[in-house]
Design a protein. Structure first.
Length: 139
């Protein structure tokens, strides 16, 4: 199922935990909103594929991967992203993705996850209709 021009339900529900990870209709709606509000505009501006390393997580999957109990992933409202490029330039490209989201999209929370001054190891973004306070964090 396509959630937007470049993002599918399948890629936003991938898990390597072996646990079931199928969202309900409300969570699919939230994933579609996340794609249309942040992921697709970011992909359009960036002009290259973006890999979703973690999108929707069932409560069981979220617990297994050590996700926060207050995480938006189980609601279908968050995604972790990396540039689909060689590791040697990934942080620099992840920084571009971070900056595109920061400068062009609405979001509730944008997190520069780990990495260093050249760029994050991955970018976490949360989107929630009516509550996009544009909070930026670094982990």
């Amino acid at each position: 199922m396509m959630l937007s021009k470049n993002f599918t339900l399948k890629e936003l529900t991938v898990t390597h935990t072996g646990l079931p990870n199928m969202p309900n209709e409300e969570q699919i709606c939230n994933l579609r909103t996340l794609c249309k509000g942040v992921l697709q505009p970011t992909r359009d501006i960036y002009g290259k594929p973006i890999l979703v390393t973690s999108g929707f997580r069932s409560p069981e999957v979220n617990s297994k991967v050590g996700g926060s109990r207050t995480s938006a992933h189980p609601l279908g409202g968050a995604a972790d992203l990396v540039a689909q490029v060689p590791l040697s330039i990934r942080r620099q490209e992840n920084k571009k993705i971070y900056e595109i989201i920061r400068d062009n999209c609405e979001y509730r929370q944008l997190i520069w996850e780990k990495g260093d001054y050249t760029g994050p190891d991955w970018v976490h973004v949360e989107y929630r209709v009516g509550d996009n306070k544009k909070q930026e964090l670094r982990l």
